[in-house]
Design a protein around this ligand. Structure first.
Ligand SMILES: [Fe+2]
Length: 325
């Protein structure tokens, strides 16, 4: 069985093709980038609509398959930018109706966790899910993924990209910020953990106010040091509470080397296993959507009519029942 997944929650249009055995044939994508500025949701949606047909073609070509070989189509139903989600939904519905292939909408955040489990082999991890839009500490319990701590304002990736833009880097700026981390020294910046939750806007403003007074290296180093320490404090408490023996780090920020180093040290100290998916499965991608489609449609026996495929920009992962575990 071959499953085609369409990702379009934000600035990446991805098409992935996986089998029911978890073999990944293709994971093609095109990500919108800018220089020195962010972007408008409308611009991203226009980008996603423009590149979707060619990304589909390259995924099929790479898999050596045609649409006749596809048994199921899945797409990101939420959460995300409404206009971008609309692009993925329209693309998925069009292909489903044209080729008579069943369609299922899935939760993007759950898909990040499940592809992480598939490619790392972890079975029941506590997950740090941190990307541009999301930052949550999550574990599965009693039929759902539960959130044990999360950001109260912005996603960590968004905070890093904001600071990167203030420092004059383009978008995304995670890689440049990462390279600055090893070159800087610590300067004092706020540290905001509220119970099990996190807030990044205060430290972002404080770091912005240091621009021109401190070096870019020191600002980047100290900002990353504090935000990752905040994330780890909450993670460590969630590990103690849930008694999970595995830690999975997913989402775009999981690509960060300093974050990997810090989580690695913490996991070693606690005697637990930690795993990070390969880079191509950390950020948004089509393969994770396809695999989530398989889990819900085949293992979970879920079905959707076209009228059920309306997009859900604010859908939380803990609102979704997980029938396949
Ligand atoms: Fe994502």
């Amino acid at each position: 069985m071959n499953i085609l997944g369409i990702e379009s929650t934000a600035h990446t249009l991805g098409v992935g093709i996986v089998t029911d055995k978890g073999k990944i044939f293709a994971n093609e994508r095109d990500t919108l980038k800018t220089e020195g500025r962010g972007f408008l949701p409308r611009e991203i949606a226009e980008h996603n609509f423009a590149v979707a047909p060619s990304i589909l073609d390259s995924a099929l070509e790479k898999s050596k398959l045609s649409m006749k070989d596809i048994d199921l189509i899945s797409f990101s139903q939420g959460p995300g930018f409404g206009q971008c989600l609309g692009c993925g939904a329209v693309f998925g519905r069009s292909l489903s109706l044209k080729y008579g292939i069943p369609l299922i909408g899935i939760n993007h955040c759950v898909a990040h966790i499940e592809i992480g489990k598939l490619v790392t082999g972890l079975k029941d991890p506590l997950t740090i899910f941190t990307s541009g839009a999301n930052t949550q500490i999550i574990a599965h319990k009693n039929g759902r993924y539960r959130v044990f701590g999360e950001t109260l304002d912005m996603g960590l990736g968004n905070a890093i990209d904001h600071l990167g833009r203030y420092l004059g880097y383009g978008f995304p700026s995670g890689q440049i910020m990462d390279s600055m981390y090893s070159q800087g020294n610590y300067i004092d910046l706020p540290y905001t953990v509220k119970g099990m939750d996190l807030a990044f806007s205060g430290i972002l403003t404080a770091a912005r106010n240091k621009i021109g007074k401190e070096s870019k290296e020191d600002i980047s180093h100290s900002f990353l040091h504090n935000v990752y320490s905040m994330l780890l404090e909450v993670t460590e408490r969630a590990l103690a509470y849930t008694q999970k023996k595995e830690l999975l780090v997913v989402g775009g920020v999981a690509a960060s080397k300093p974050l990997r180093e810090m989580t690695g040290i913490m996991a070693k100290d606690r005697g637990i296993k930690v795993a990070y998916p390969e880079m191509q499965y950390c950020g948004d991608n089509g393969a994770m959507i396809a695999w989530q489609g398989y889990l819900q449609y085949v293992k979970g026996k879920e079905r959707m009519k076209i009228e059920d495929t309306v997009v859900k920009p604010y859908q939380r992962l803990d609102s979704v029942e997980i029938s396949y575990i």
